[in-house]
Design a protein around this ligand. Structure first.
Ligand code: MN
Length: 276
């Protein structure tokens, strides 16, 4: 049941350039459970933001997008098999190369089936990973498709670029530094040298500094500013960005301000309006 679609989602599916799909799924988490409720809360708090982008000088009223709501599957206890089930479902939704797809998580593991679904129709897709973490564990708590293995799994099959990583586990370092294009926050401009073909952009909200994004499951200091994100959107050739996600927002610890949920709404608005 679609109670609160993302604000200004008035177009029909047929007329829309962007389709929003949410995946309210959370696999194994280390500490703070709650990302599985993010899609509904983000939609609700989208009523708190304005529709105009000061950066891209357009409004949500100027573009056409449609919010399809949550995917309809039963999440099962086995995390890896649930990810495969999500992919199976997404293959029935992500079917039209005339559209671009926006996904709302959920924890970061949902990026794996979302990326696969995009790659299934667009073929050559470069993966851009905005995250405080390297997410390069081979297996994490017995899960192959874990929130801590996202970049590992995707980079095993596609060119992958990481922006803003600032914390790594010892066991990830070797793989990360030899297989991933690693871009520092102080050198965001170099991103443009690596962008060929279609692009999938994944935004783990812990990419941002905890001062503006406190309600994430695994926060880390010295993160990105909102302006860094805008710079990235300006660098990406928007016509080629065919998949996008926002993950790891944890509304359960966002009370009472809901500032991180509102930030997620702004991130989504700026992405939608950055498109040509
Ligand atoms: Mn992360």
């Amino acid at each position: 049941m679609r109670i609160f679609p993302f604000i200004k989602s008035y177009s029909s599916i047929e007329q829309s350039k962007y389709l929003i799909v949410s995946i309210p799924y959370e696999g194994y988490v280390n500490t703070r459970l709650g990302t599985f409720v993010a899609p509904k809360v983000i939609r609700k708090y989208s009523e708190c933001i304005e529709s105009y982008s000061n950066y891209f000088n357009r409004s949500l009223e100027d573009i056409s997008f449609f919010d399809l709501g949550d995917i309809k599957i039963d999440f099962i206890y086995d995390n890896d098999n649930t990810i495969l089930e999500i992919y199976k479902y997404l293959k029935t939704v992500v079917i039209n190369k005339e559209k671009k797809y926006v996904f709302i998580g959920g924890d970061h593991s949902i990026t794996i089936p979302c990326f696969w679904a995009i790659k299934n129709i667009y073929k050559n897709v470069v993966y851009v990973h905005l995250d405080a973490h390297a997410d390069c564990h081979s297996v994490y708590h017995n899960q192959k498709y874990s929130h801590a293995s996202v970049l590992r799994r995707i980079s095993e099959e596609s060119v992958s670029i990481s922006v803003g990583v600032r914390t790594l586990d010892d066991s990830e370092k070797g793989y990360f530094f030899s297989n991933i294009i690693n871009i520092d926050l102080n050198n965001i401009g170099s991103l443009k040298d690596y962008l060929k073909g279609y692009i999938y952009l994944s935004v783990d909200v812990d990419f941002f500094d905890p001062s503006i994004a406190p309600a994430v499951s695994n926060p880390n200091s010295s993160g990105a500013k909102f302006e860094d994100y805008i710079k990235i959107l300006e660098i990406l050739p928007s016509e080629n960005v065919v998949g996008f996600d926002i993950v790891e927002v944890n509304p359960v610890i966002d009370y009472p301000s809901f500032n991180t949920c509102i930030l997620a709404c702004e991130l989504l608005r700026e992405f939608l309006l950055s498109g040509k």
